[in-house]
Design a protein around this ligand. Structure first.
Ligand code: NAD
Ligand code: MG
Length: 329
């Protein structure tokens, strides 16, 4: 008598596997390539420095950047990995949050998007793209430095989506300062409230909604490992986020909730021209990575998809980097 294992092997290796692979390739648009999905050389994929000198008032708009960041608008193809999930993403209008929102929606997740009211122009583009994916979406603009707003944000997201099972804490403030002597108490408070207090408030409000199998993903940074001298307050928050994620993972394991962090290297996002870098640094942003360029948000969204998905069921309390080869986790 044939074992179940033999039958499964037949499916994985036999003609049915081949036709499944062909159908998938066709669905993902690779069917025309005679040898399958073409290789892409990471050195040649995206713009390299020098970049045009540019500045914007905080918090900046992706739509005003030259070149415009690539958030996967024209490239990300989903395959149902998050079908039926319900996600809240902070800072989802631009940059890494936008790329994650587009990817989540194309993977079948309903998405609640938070951002600042002055970023409405960027947010509308994301809402339109997510709408095209046919999922449920809700826009909840507001300032997460306010605890009452953070609680309302989570409650509104859960109400509008009919539940919550993925939380992406991604919003942040980054302002370059030459010296500790230039960082005011207001600066410190702004950075810590946005990057740390809000993450605590939003997570605390979200936990009661999260069922076993849910995932929390926090955005840390390469500066948690190798801090930039001109980002003293910001780097401290990113190191704290890493520690918070590892600790919370231990705490929430008994509820079946996974917690991980992503640590990006230099990424071409609105954070940088709006005070995140000094203008002269921005023109050569990313030149010192081994790949010789900054990352584009589309190149990191797949990590968020993986960490949100059931496939990452044994990953918790970990940090995942995308740094172009620079020091990372
Ligand atoms: P981004 O500017 O596109 O996104 C940051 C978002 O934070 C903004 O769009 C804004 O909506 C949100 N935000 C800021 N203050 C807020 C507030 N008070 N209330 C509500 N929302 C607020 O930039 P990004 O680079 O995509 O940043 C996303 C995450 O990636 C951040 O956590 C950042 O620290 C992290 N990161 C970025 C880089 C990089 O090089 N770009 C490197 C490491 C880590
Ligand atoms: Mg933005």
């Amino acid at each position: 008598m044939r074992s179940k294992k033999n039958a499964a092997d037949d499916i994985l290796r036999g003609p049915r596997a081949e036709s499944f692979a062909k159908a998938t390739a066709s669905m993902l648009g690779f069917a025309d390539s005679p040898s399958g999905r073409p290789l892409s050389d990471p050195r040649r994929l995206h713009p390299k420095p020098p970049f045009e000198k540019q500045t914007q008032p905080w918090p900046g708009l992706a739509g005003q950047m030259t070149p415009r960041p690539d958030h996967g608008e024209d490239s990300y193809k989903g395959s149902g990995r998050l079908l039926g999930r319900k996600a809240l993403i902070t800072g989802g209008d631009s940059g890494i949050g936008r790329a994650t929102a587009i990817a989540f929606a194309r993977e079948g997740a309903d998405v609640a998007l938070n951002y600042l009211p002055e970023e409405e122009a960027d947010a509308e583009e994301v809402m339109d793209l997510m709408g095209e994916a046919g999922v449920k979406t809700t826009a909840i603009p507001g300032d997460i430095r306010d605890e009452a707003f953070c609680i309302r944000l989570v409650e509104d997201a859960a109400r509008d989506l009919g539940g919550l099972d993925i939380l992406v804490n991604n919003a942040a403030r980054q302002q370059a300062r030459e010296s500790i002597l230039d960082i005011t108490t207001d600066d410190l408070d702004w950075t810590f409230r946005t990057n740390l207090y809000a993450l605590f408030w939003i997570t605390k409000a979200a936990v009661p909604h999260l069922r076993p199998g849910s995932a929390i993903i926090n955005t840390s940074s390469i500066v948690a490992f190798d801090p930039s001298p001109h980002l003293l307050d910001y780097s401290a928050t990113k190191a704290a986020i890493l520690n918070f994620s590892k600790c919370l993972a231990k705490q929430l394991a008994e509820r079946g909730i996974r917690v991980n962090a992503v640590a990006p290297g230099p990424f071409w996002t609105a954070l940088q021209p709006s005070g995140g870098q000094f203008p002269d640094h921005l023109t050569k942003f990313g030149h010192d990575t081994p790949l010789g360029r900054p990352g584009q948000p589309a190149e990191i969204a797949p990590l968020y998809v993986l960490l949100a998905s059931n496939e990452a069921s044994f990953c918790t309390g970990q940090v995942f980097g995308a740094t172009g080869g620079e020091a990372g986790p």
